[in-house]
Design a protein around this ligand. Structure first.
Ligand SMILES: NS(=O)(=O)c1c2ccccc2cc2ccccc12
Ligand SMILES: [Zn+2]
Length: 267
């Protein structure tokens, strides 16, 4: 069964606009962060970006066919400040990666790719009544982007997620888990970031995201990244060769920033 969209030559990002016209819009994500174009904005410094995530929460991890996604039950989560005018709730987080370590992030910095990129997806629960409604609004969603670079040590917090990957190798599989996830360890120590108005990086590519991309990467080990690449984009019932259908890449290359403003907080 052919997918509507994906990351192969047949259904990858260059074809998405055929079925998802928003993908050809002027406010698309990701972008290459040209640091020479970033402008400092004191209002971002005056209202420090702030988040509150529970230390112990129940989660559902699912293989979407495009990667893994952890659904949170974001009642007592909050993201505010920085470029945000309202309080946003955490809905889910997921990751993008490539076949080799010199690619994989969606945003790039002065043309440099990282090995992977973590996205924490939030919705404007102060203005809108549901995630679905928020995803149709220009200020509906706020995504935190965290670059991941290869390090020698395993990332302990990510390991809690990675330990569940073998249970969701095939598309559609999911696993319920309650673990003590310290989100603070999934975010870099520095709160310095770039921010701009963009979109979902996957179809339907709604232009509804306020992006905040942290400047400081976190680390992930080569072994951990290989576990991500062991996921399959097809269901268990799809009889294919063992090496076929492996999710070795799931990132969209950068789109033009155009006349959008790129702001930064911190050096
Ligand atoms: N890469 S992404 O963060 O744009 C993204 C979403 C962003 C906001 C809301 C829902 C999203 C769902 C995604 C599903 C798969 C991959 C990226 C996704
Ligand atoms: Zn994403």
């Amino acid at each position: 069964m052919s997918l509507d969209w994906g990351y192969t030559d047949d259904n990858g990002p260059s074809t998405w606009a055929e079925k998802y016209p928003l993908a050809a819009g002027a406010r698309q994500s990701p972008v290459d962060i040209d640091t020479s174009k970033a402008t400092s904005d004191n209002s971002l410094v005056d209202r420090e970006i702030d988040w509150s995530y529970p230390s112990n929460c129940s989660y559902r991890i699912v293989n979407t066919g495009y990667g893994w996604r952890v659904d949170t039950y974001g009642d007592d989560t909050a993201l505010s400040g920085g470029p945000l005018s309202e309080v946003y709730k955490l809905e889910q987080f997921h990751c993008h990666w490539g076949a080799t370590n010199d690619e994989g992030s969606e945003h790039t910095v002065d043309g440099k790719s990282y090995a992977a990129e973590l996205h924490l997806v939030h919705w404007n629960s102060e203005k809108y009544s549901s995630f679905k409604e928020a995803a149709s609004q220009p200020d509906g969603l706020a995504v935190l982007g965290v670059f991941m670079e290869i390090g020698n040590a395993d990332n302990a917090e990510l390991e809690k997620i990675i330990s569940l990957i073998p249970k969701i190798i095939h598309k559609g599989q999911d696993s319920q888990a309650s673990f003590d996830l310290d989100f603070g360890s999934l975010l870099p120590e520095s709160k310095h970031y770039w921010t701009y108005l963009g979109s979902l990086t996957t179809p339907p590519c709604n232009e509804c995201v306020i992006w905040t991309v942290f400047k400081e990467p976190i680390t992930i080990s080569e072994r951990q990244l290989e576990v991500f690449r062991s996921l399959k984009s097809v269901g268990e019932e799809d009889a294919i060769e063992p090496e076929e259908g492996k999710l070795v890449k799931n990132y969209r290359p950068p789109l033009p920033l155009g006349n959008r403003v790129l702001r930064e907080c911190g050096p």
